[in-house]
Design a protein around this ligand. Structure first.
Ligand code: NAP
Length: 311
């Protein structure tokens, strides 16, 4: 037997929680499913200084506040690792890996993105043995050590600044000679005495002694020289990938796997909406995930009313 709802939101990051809040506040019967703790990537973020209303707030604290706001409107909230979504007339049939089936006329996808791997030798072998994708989770293991961050975007620089609070030094290894990160983060990083930068460097291997990471090998793209940088830890932030595997068969993804929507967060399948980092777009921020969540929640309500009027 399937559990039936008006709206199912998959993913309880800032966007998913906002969409659920708007739908539940509009009196729809809402289920939120997530395979991890609510908050999504906010849980792996130390300090957030670009979410209005808070001069600065810890990621887990903002997650808790958003969850508390959502739960005021009493949606169902369940653990669920979604495996497949199928269409049965107007209903979306959602199956999770623990063999639960949920049905609703409206599905809101807010599954976000995950860290891209670098794909060099040593990366998988030393994952958890010096290679990390989460500074907030693992920084404490590198107290007073020399660590390396690979990448030049917001994540690399933000997490590099965080690591510098504990590590002896943080070397940012970037493949170009300028950072992609927001100017305000760049300014803080360049002013940080513990942070160093290696430019035009293509990382080619993560080297270890069998137990732990000991160095990285990179190629200087200007001179072609192969170089080695001793390091106790390698934090990899080279971009993100969409978490859209369960939605592949719906025909709503672009060729990179991101979900395509219109301005109302509608996909081309009636009753399926998507928002936040999982969408095909340029800017991935908590603030715009929340904005898109409100749009999706309201659009879901409008869709529900239309459906009711037609039946
Ligand atoms: P990103 O913006 O895509 O940056 C990825 C970085 O990794 C770029 O500097 C890129 O180099 C580099 N890179 C990509 N592939 C590489 C490879 N194979 N080898 C070496 N370097 C490689 O990813 P992100 O920093 O994870 O951010 C993801 C999204 O979240 C962005 O929209 C970002 O703005 C947002 N975000 C925002 C905040 C905030 O507002 N505080 C914090 C974190 C993330 P190039 O520059 O040469 O392309």
């Amino acid at each position: 037997m399937a559990d039936k709802y008006d709206v199912i939101v998959v993913g309880a990051g800032p966007g998913g929680m906002t969409a659920a809040l708007y739908a539940a506040r509009a009196n729809l019967n809402v289920l939120v499913l997530d395979r991890g703790p609510y908050g999504g990537q906010m849980n792996n973020t130390d300090a957030i200084d670009n979410y209005p209303g808070f001069t600065e707030i810890k990621g887990p604290e903002l997650s808790q506040k958003m969850y508390d706001t959502l739960m005021k409107f009493e949606p169902d909230y369940k653990y669920g690792n979604v495996q497949t979504v199928a269409l049965d007339g107007n209903e979306k049939v959602i199956k999770t890996d623990d063999d639960h089936e949920y049905r609703a006329p409206i599905l809101i996808i807010a599954t976000g993105s995950d860290h891209r791997h670098l794909g060099v030798p040593g990366e998988e072998e030393y994952s958890g043995k010096g290679v990390s994708y989460c500074a907030v989770c693992d920084a404490a293991f590198f107290k007073d050590e020399d660590v390396t961050v690979i990448g030049g975007g917001d994540s690399a620089i933000e997490e590099g600044i965080y690591l510098a609070q504990l590590a002896k030094s943080v070397t940012v290894v970037h493949r170009r000679d300028e950072l992609r990160a927001q100017p305000t983060l760049q300014k803080r990083a360049f002013a940080n005495k513990k942070m160093k930068f290696v430019w035009n460097a293509q990382t080619e291997e993560i080297v270890g002694d069998g137990n732990r990471v000991t160095s990285i090998k990179y190629r200087d793209k200007e001179t072609g020289e192969e170089k080695e940088l001793p390091t106790a830890g390698v934090f990899i932030y080279v971009g993100v990938l969409p978490q859209t595997a369960p939605f592949k068969e719906l025909g709503i993804l672009d060729d990179q796997g991101w979900i395509v929507t219109d301005d109302h967060m509608k996909t081309k399948v009636p009753g399926i909406f998507a928002l936040g980092d999982v969408r095909e777009k340029d800017l991935r921020q908590i603030a715009n995930a929340v904005g898109e969540g409100s749009v999706a929640g309201q659009a879901a309500y409008n869709y529900y009313q239309d459906l009711k009027d037609r039946n």
